[in-house]
Ligand binder design. Structure first.
Ligand code: GLN
Length: 304
């Protein structure tokens, strides 16, 4: 466990980076968030969480939800039912690209780009009568915070600006890789992205990735092998086409979202979440990446 003063220091060291990135504005409700936020929380397998900066303030988790939706799908489906429909390779394109989906006949490269997460949302829709409710229950249980909610305004704002995600879903449907009604699945997907959680909530919720599939409450959510495999996918694809740079600088499996959050884990050791809303060109938090880089350097920790 790092010292609390180290976390304070890392936050202060990242402050001069504010202004270098850009808050996501393609979802208008997200553009309202102040870019000045900086937070980090770290949780250890014994359940202790420490944090610094704005680590208790809830934010829109956006694509970090793609980790939870894949995890939920792994609890509901046999693996071939998932991996026949979505790949395990880095995409090399932006997270909301249609190009690769067209070139590769409707099969998205991985579950952490929008196309892949839409397939996963389609799978959840196919097997759950109330997928939004189930997802909320999952994140509340994993983090131990029953207050976690959907931000209805963000979900609506995404729905009103959903042309690109709808295009991706219909493109996949044209190749036969989308079973349910597109509109219904989009509404669920936007809700998952609109979950509001703090760095403390997320670092606690992600502990199962650092603890062989077991949640903080002691539930075996996925098998140890599945947790290891999920971490492999996060290390190769969790930060889109910034995954190589992130592996180089930070050296932890991680997942970013356009709300400015990034979760990362060192298996066996800790789960971390950072938050700062200004993004780089790949859609990853600028100051958040710097805080994680500082953490891995200060602790001398990396999975590599
Ligand atoms: N809700 C966002 C979208 O679908 C998620 C993208 C992200 O966080 N990278 O565009």
């Amino acid at each position: 466990m790092p010292e609390p003063q180290l976390l304070e220091q890392l936050v202060e060291q990242a402050r001069p980076l504010l202004g270098r990135g850009k808050v996501a504005d393609y979802i208008p409700a997200l553009a309202k968030i102040s870019g000045n936020k900086l937070g980090i929380a770290v949780t250890t397998p014994d359940g202790v969480t420490i944090g610094a900066g704005d680590y208790l303030e809830p934010f829109s988790i956006q694509s970090i939800s793609k980790v939870f939706s894949l995890t939920l799908a792994l609890t509901l489906y046999e693996e071939p039912e998932i991996w026949d429909r979505v790949g395990k390779e880095p995409s090399g394109h932006s997270f909301n690209s249609l190009v690769q989906v067209e070139l590769e006949r409707g099969i998205p490269r991985n579950p952490f780009i929008n196309a892949g997460a839409l397939v996963i949302a389609d799978l959840l829709q196919g097997r759950l009568s109330a997928p939004k409710h189930r997802m909320l229950e999952l994140v509340r249980n994993l983090s131990g915070n029953p207050q976690i909610c959907y931000d209805k305004e963000v979900a609506r704002s995404e729905y009103e600006h959903s042309a690109r995600n709808a295009a991706i879903a219909y493109l996949m449907k044209s190749f036969g890789n989308f079973d349910n009604d597109v509109d219904t699945v989009l509404r669920s997907y936007f809700h998952y992205c609109a979950l509001r959680m703090s760095c403390a909530d997320l670092s606690r919720a992600m502990m199962y990735l650092a603890n062989k599939g077991q949640s903080l409450a002691g539930k075996q959510l996925i098998s140890p092998v599945q947790a290891r495999q999920l971490n492999a996918l996060l290390a190769t694809s969790g930060l889109y086409d910034g995954a190589g740079e992130f592996a180089y600088k930070v050296g932890m499996p991680g997942k970013s979202g356009v709300g400015g959050g990034i979760i990362a884990v060192i298996p066996g050791d800790m789960s971390v979440c950072v938050w700062s809303p200004e993004l780089d060109l790949q859609g990853n938090s600028v100051a958040g990446t710097a805080i994680l880089e500082g953490l891995s350097q200060s602790l001398g920790r990396s999975i590599f």
